[in-house]
Design a protein around this ligand. Sequence first.
Ligand code: DX5
Ligand code: ZN
Length: 217
Amino acid sequence: MKQAQIIAPSVLNANFLNLQSELTAIENGGAGLVHLDIMDGHFVPNISFGPGISGLIGKATKLPLDCHLMIDNPELFVDEFVKIGARYVTVQAESTIHLDRLLNRIRELGAKPAVSINPATPIENIKWVLDSVDMVLVMSVNPGFGGQSLIPYCLDKIRALREMKPELDIEIDGGIKLDNILEAKMAGANIFVVGSAIFKTNSPELTCREFVGTVSA
Ligand code: DX5
Ligand code: ZN
């Protein structure tokens, strides 16, 4: 597998009252991206944070920002996320009727466009834009919350996508643990979002390093 194996901790379940040290911990732990879950209470039944706090996080870490937009009308917000320096701007395929136009706009603005699909959404729904994105995020839980269990059929979707696109960066998001990350890697994922399995431990730094060591072996 040629792609870099990258751990992208999600700060959704981090201690926001101590966020600077949580960010330093994952930097020292060898993370390659910081995953930001943007939720609007409409596309998903939860509310997190927006471009303002994302910009503050961007200033507080050396890690590139991996912005996962679980929002309706993402057209209204992609410019803001590019402006705060996002490396990846990921939109949900189910959240817009002009996906092609939106992905091209993200690229024109200078960020890496990516598309995410919910567990029940078939890969066929995005097949015509696979050449317009730098990454596909395959949700392995129903979006909205951390700490859920990985839905096994999502690994079959990753296998099928890896077969279709051997070179593409494939990100898996939801329910990744030390005891299932290698299965996700063997299925074809190379970027791994990890939330509660890192931040709900005594040492996010040591745990992050363990994840990095596991996928790099
Ligand atoms: C869920 C989010 C995920 C979540 C991952 O909608 O997109 O990024 O925070 O958390 P864990 O790893 O705990 O499932
Ligand atoms: Zn996410």
